[in-house]
Design a protein around this ligand. Sequence first.
Ligand code: PAF
Length: 261
Amino acid sequence: MIPVFREIQEWSSLRDGAFNGKTVGFVPTMGGLHEGHCSLIRRSLAENDVTVASIFLNRNQFNSAADFESYPANFEQDLALLQDLGIDAVFAPHYETMYPDNFTYVVKETSESKPMEGAERPGHFDGVLTVVLKLLNVLGPDRAYFGEKDYQQLRLVKGMVRAFFLSVEIVACETVRANDGLALSSRNRRLSHHARALSSKFPQILNTAADPEEAIRELEKAGFDVEYVEDKDGRRYGAIRLEGVRLIDNFTLRSLRKVGG
Ligand code: PAF
């Protein structure tokens, strides 16, 4: 059985004992694990002596209670998956352990966090950056692994690491997609059969439309509620809702891809 620890002290004992002198890779998760998480974990296992994952459904990054309550996590199933992958330890803290201050101390980014996800989900990145800083401080990994599906999150985490001189390498991992192109996400499980079939049009249109305006028109025509499509720093970002389920994705702009070969 893999060690599952809930208290910070237990990690300190592992770090000073069995894991002493070993490089540590860290994969933060909120549970609801899927193949996307598995790819982060496999990469960490390959690049570090020891890999630790966290399972912590961070309610402070959900701006909607309904979204928080419907997040599809199953702790026992997640643990079994992590065990099969051969992970070394799992940090699954209680809320009070992570927030002895009850979220009165908050990391705020005031520029890049404002548009797109930040505009649609006010306070979301305050919650993400605060919990990521706490997790990095508690676990002190050499490397931490983040998926490119949440590209704005990835950029903000990298920015925070630079801003606060944290000594961890943030490793960006390519988005894992289903055969029809839909980016894997825990939320995909909430799509009905019909919505799941339609959802593959989201990445297709996002990736092929000539500009954001065309993408929005095409997505609406296909039946999606569009939250935003924006081109920014050589990348196209989009968020839609389908039967109330929120999906996000992003691609390198095709024009740039051609220039790059
Ligand atoms: O990407 C996620 O699953 C979450 O935002 C993270 C990084 C685990 C922080 O709660």
